[in-house]
Design a protein around this ligand. Structure first.
Ligand code: WTA
Length: 654
């Protein structure tokens, strides 16, 4: 074993199956041959300025041309320096002016079954009206607008309206709690919150505006709240002077609102995500580079063709919704299906019904959803004609080979390539993925980097690791879609992403490259867990637990979970004597209230003390083993026993 391999991360799974790309896809493909991919890859790696100069000019509209492709002084980066463009223009006006205004941009279906189609022209009109509405509320370039909405066309309209006038959107997933909304509003100093009076979820109405009202009590910077009337007969409290109905403001607004020419590096949006410390961080993306990366990666990875009906099932509250519901596909002029509700309402075949009804060609979803479909049973799939499908995608977490095979056989009828896309909120768009017409796939591998992405696998000593061994996944060179910082906290940005391996972007994931040059993502190097494809910091959940008066100390770890990928296990010490089910439920509800339902622990164990090393650090590895059932410590006394044992082992190790 070489020196560099000494620090490697173990892997135990091997996967030798290889699925060649269907030959039928090569003709007319965006990237149609291995040679073409290699040429693009080599150009981008060896002469990035020439490569990106051409891509930038070809794929975006420029009100004023850029005079430098990339300014790079790690970690500071600027792309397409001094150019002026506008993401809303690239998504809308560009297509209308090219004569494609009548093409469907969004085909939308609400959970109750209501439908709406917006052509590119219609979407442009709606965005202009909303942008004028925002201006009426005093929103100007550089102002932050929080968006807390159901998956309705107005959510996309709101995002693009911000982009049109240079306001910065901060979309907050509509499952987060009032506390989480207030934290984000305050951190970003949001001036406006756009929400709806309700959200349909499995046939019930969730009163979103009530949650926002509670958040606004603690959001000092917010002046107004714009409310979409999603639910017709829902009683909604409106505070005079602060709250305005969407229809009152937008319906009567002028449809004349030229897109503002914005400097390439104008902030486009902030998106909060979990990091290894307690407080979520506002990842900042700017206009031109992000927009180009979202468009190109969309075209490459989904081999986009004009007659495609493309469906990304992600919510706009996450980065996947930003890049692959809105900016990527719309800049590429795609027709996108958008669905508001749950996959199992009114029945477990809703997705397959939608695919059959709208003749979806491209489906992009998450492994956690696939695992749920498997559990619900094949009969729901069998009842529908899925022959329109051409390409299948996954994102958000690694896909286990069983789920991959089911997706391949049952949904793809062994015809459709699966693109397992690896990327992050920070990367802006897909970084590694098979290309559907050319890449032979291996279940569980995101295969190879896209042109412009130069990965490196690095060990703890900062050295490159040879193929076959796992280590920290880094990206060596800047790419247009990369994050530009953490909102208001440049120090944390440098510390978190650029200090461990100087000069390289640290992804936070472990990975290994196999002898075919394929990458395998091996999970996080930090305390971030991935629950149903959503990133959560264990420390965030611990902080929420500790904020309950009965809790003294809490340690939260991830454990394997059949459906969610990872479940949340909490170990807590409490002030209450003989704590039981009642307190357990109370703590679950408390975390829901503090963060949101997605952070609710799957199991909570009460302990007399938490196992700690002599230096006082919580023994997380032991807790992870216990939570996973690898070591059983069902009750408090055995947890203590294990602590003693682990301490002894620690002595052995030394
Ligand atoms: C994980 C979602 C394995 C990874 C776009 C990453 C994946 C984190 C994959 C980012 C994949 C995402 N295979 N792991 N195909 N895609 N991940 O910011 O740990 O919500 O760092 O972005 O999800 O999650 P985020």
């Amino acid at each position: 074993m070489s020196d560099s391999a000494a620090n490697h991360v173990d892997h135990i799974l091997t996967e030798d199956r290889l699925f060649p790309p269907p030959k039928s896809l090569a003709e007319g493909a965006v990237i149609g041959s291995e040679a073409e991919y290699q040429k693009l890859y080599d150009q981008a790696a060896n002469d990035p300025d020439t490569f990106w100069d051409a891509m930038g000019k070809k794929h975006l509209h420029w009100f004023e041309p850029f005079d430098q492709v990339c300014q790079w002084d790690a970690p500071d980066v600027a792309w397409f320096v001094n150019g002026k463009t506008n993401a809303s223009y690239n998504c809308l006006d560009a297509h209308v002016l090219a004569g494609n205004g009548d093409r469907a941009a969004i085909i939308w279906e609400g959970e109750p079954g209501d439908t709406r189609t917006l052509t590119y022209s219609e979407l442009l009109t709606e965005v202009c009206k909303a942008a004028n509405g925002l201006r009426e509320l005093g929103i100007e370039k550089g102002d932050v607008v929080s968006i807390y909405m159901p998956m309705t066309p107005e959510l996309v309209i709101a995002m693009l309206a911000c982009a049109r006038i240079g306001a910065i959107h901060s979309v907050i997933f509509a499952g987060f709690s009032a506390e989480s909304i207030a934290d984000r509003n305050n951190d970003a100093q949001a001036k406006l919150v756009i929400t709806a009076n309700g959200l349909y979820r499995r046939g019930k109405v969730l009163p979103l505006k009530e949650v926002v009202d509670e958040a606004l009590e603690k959001s000092t910077s917010v002046k107004h709240c714009l409310v979409l009337q999603r639910i017709a007969d829902q009683e909604t409290s409106m505070i005079e002077g602060r709250d305005i109905w969407w229809h009152d403001l937008v319906d009567s607004a002028s449809a004349d609102c030229p897109a503002v020419p914005l400097d390439s590096e104008t902030p486009l949006f902030i998106l909060y995500t979990s990091g290894s410390t307690g407080k979520p961080k506002g990842i900042l993306h700017t206009t031109a580079g992000y927009n180009l990366w979202a468009k190109l990666t969309f075209q490459w990875v989904f081999d986009h063709r004009e007659d495609d009906v493309y469906w990304c099932t992600a919510d706009c509250g996450w980065i996947t919704g930003h890049s692959y519901v809105v900016y990527g596909p719309l800049t590429a002029g795609a027709t996108c299906l958008m669905y508001e509700g749950a996959p199992n309402y009114p029945a477990e075949d809703r997705f397959w019904e939608l695919i059959e009804k709208y003749k979806v060609t491209t489906l992009y979803t998450a492994p956690t959803a696939i695992r749920a479909f498997i559990k619900w049973g094949d009969q729901h799939v069998d009842a529908h004609d899925l022959s329109s499908l051409r390409i299948l995608g996954t994102v958000g977490e690694g896909i286990n080979p069983e789920a991959w095979m089911w997706y391949h056989k049952k949904i793809g009828a062994e015809r459709c390539p699966i693109v397992d896309t690896w990327w992050q909120t920070e990367t802006g768009g897909i970084m590694m993925s098979p290309l559907p017409a050319i890449t032979a796939t291996k279940p569980g591998s995101c295969t190879k980097p896209l042109p412009g992405v130069i990965p490196a696998v690095i060990d703890e000593a900062g050295e490159r690791i040879e193929d076959g061994f796992g280590g920290m996944l880094c990206i060596e060179k800047p790419w247009p879609g990369m994050l530009r910082g953490i909102w208001g906290d440049q120090e944390r940005y440098v510390e978190q992403y650029w200090s461990k391996v100087p000069g390289m972007y640290l992804t936070g994931d472990n990975a290994r490259r196999d002898s075919d040059g394929y990458y395998w993502i091996m999970g996080r190097i930090d305390d971030v867990i991935n629950v149903s494809g959503h990133r959560l910091s264990t420390i965030e959940v611990e902080s929420a637990l500790v904020s309950h008066p009965a809790v003294c100390e809490a340690a939260v770890v991830g454990r394997p979970h059949e459906l969610k990928g990872q479940g949340i296990s909490a170990f807590v010490t409490v002030t209450t004597e003989n704590p039981g089910e009642e307190l357990r439920n109370e703590l679950r509800m408390h975390v829901r209230k503090e963060i949101g339902a997605l952070a609710q622990p799957d199991d909570i164990r009460f302990a007399a003390v938490l196992p700690k090393t002599r230096s006082g650090k919580i023994m997380r590895r032991l807790l992870r083993d216990i939570a996973a059932g690898r070591e059983s410590a069902g009750d408090t006394s055995t947890l203590e026993d294990y602590t003693v044992m682990a301490k002894l082992r620690e002595e052995d190790d030394n």
